[in-house]
Design a protein around this ligand. Structure first.
Ligand SMILES: Nc1ncnc2c1ncn2[C@@H]1O[C@H](COP(=O)(O)OP(=O)(O)OP(=O)(O)O)[C@@H](O)[C@H]1O
Ligand SMILES: [Mg+2]
Length: 240
C-alpha cells in the first residue's frame, strides 16, 4: 500500500528585490507524491527547481499555497517539531553538498545520527561508502576531497538516516558515469523499499528512468510525464 506523503497546492514563491520590487519564481505549483514514488524534476537552469525543493522541505517559506509533508505543514510546526521532522522524516541532498568543513568524512556522514541521539556504526558507514565506490579515506577532511567525492559524502549522509522522504538536488552532477549509475541505483532501491524520492536533475537519461517527471519552466509546472522517455522529456524542456 502506498501512502501519500507529499501534497502541494497552488504553491508560489516570490523573492523581494529591494523595497518595491519582487520576482515571481514559482507559480501555482500543485502535485502530490507517495511512498515508493521516484520522481524527477527537470527544467532549464533558473526555472526554479532548487527553490521548489527548498520550499517543499521546510527550508524556504513559500509566498502562497499549501504544503503537506507526511501529513504536516512544515511551516506550521514548532521549532522542536521542525527539528524532529528534519531528523526523522526528511533527507536533503543539496546541490552544493552543504558539508561541514571542520569535520572529517565519517563525522559528516553520521552527523544526523548523532543529532538524533542514534547509534553510530563505523563498519556500516564503511560498507555504505564502499557501495558508493568512495575510495578516499573516511578520516580525511571533506575540504580535501574532489567534488564527486564530496557529493558521495552528501549522499551517504542522507542514506544513513533511512528517511521517508528524500529530496536530492542534482545528486549526480559532479560524478563520473559509473558513480552516477551507483547513486541512481541507491535512490531507486530506497524508493522500491518505501521511500518517496524527489530528484532534480539535468540528466535526461536519468530522469527517463524515474517513475514520473515534472517539467518546470519559468517557475511553472508545465508537464507531468508518467514513465517518461528521454525524448518526451527533452521535447518538453525544449518547447519554447
Ligand atoms: N534568494 C534569492 N533571491 C532572489 N532570487 C533568487 C533567490 N534564490 C533563487 N533566486 C532566483 O530564482 C531563480 C530560480 O533559481 P533556482 O536555484 O531554483 O533554479 P534551478 O532551476 O535550480 O537552476 P539550476 O538548474 O541552475 O540549479 C533564479 O533566477 C535565481 O536567480
Ligand atoms: Mg538548482
Amino acid at each position: 500500500m502506498t501512502e501519500k506523503v507529499i501534497a502541494v497546492q497552488e504553491l508560489s514563491k516570490d523573492f523581494s528585490l529591494g523595497k518595491h520590487k519582487s520576482i515571481h519564481i514559482l507559480k501555482n505549483i500543485s502535485f502530490s507524491a507517495a511512498s515508493n514514488d521516484f520522481i524527477s524534476i527537470v527544467g532549464p537552469s533558473g526555472s526554479g527547481k532548487s527553490t521548489l525543493l527548498k520550499c517543499l522541505s521546510g527550508l524556504l517559506r513559500p509566498t502562497n499555497g499549501s504544503i503537506s509533508i507526511d501529513d504536516m505543514d512544515p511551516y506550521q510546526l514548532s521549532p522542536s517539531q521542525t527539528a524532529k521532522m528534519r531528523r526523522t522524516t526528511l533527507g536533503f541532498i543539496f546541490q552544493s553538498y552543504n558539508l561541514v568543513p571542520a569535520l572529517p568524512v565519517f563525522e559528516n556522514i553520521v552527523l544526523p545520527l548523532r543529532l538524533a541521539g542514534k547509534q553510530v556504526n563505523r563498519a556500516s558507514v564503511e560498507q555504505l561508502l564502499k557501495k558508493l565506490n568512495f575510495t578516499a579515506d573516511m578520516d580525511s577532511f571533506v575540504t580535501t576531497l574532489s567534488g564527486g567525492e564530496q557529493q558521495k559524502v552528501a549522499i551517504a549522509r542522507v542514506l544513513v538516516t533511512h528517511a521517508k522522504i528524500i529530496f536530492a538536488d542534482e545528486p549526480t552532477g559532479a560524478v563520473d558515469a559509473n558513480s552516477k549509475k551507483i547513486i541512481f541505483d541507491c535512490l531507486r532501491t530506497l524508493a522500491d523499499n518505501g521511500a518517496c524520492v524527489i530528484m532534480v536533475t539535468h540528466d535526461i537519461e536519468l530522469a527517463a528512468m524515474t517513475d514520473r517527471s515534472l517539467v518546470l519552466r519559468d517557475g511553472q509546472l508545465i508537464k507531468r510525464l508518467t514513465n517518461p522517455t528521454a525524448s518526451e522529456i527533452l521535447a518538453e524542456i525544449e518547447r519554447g
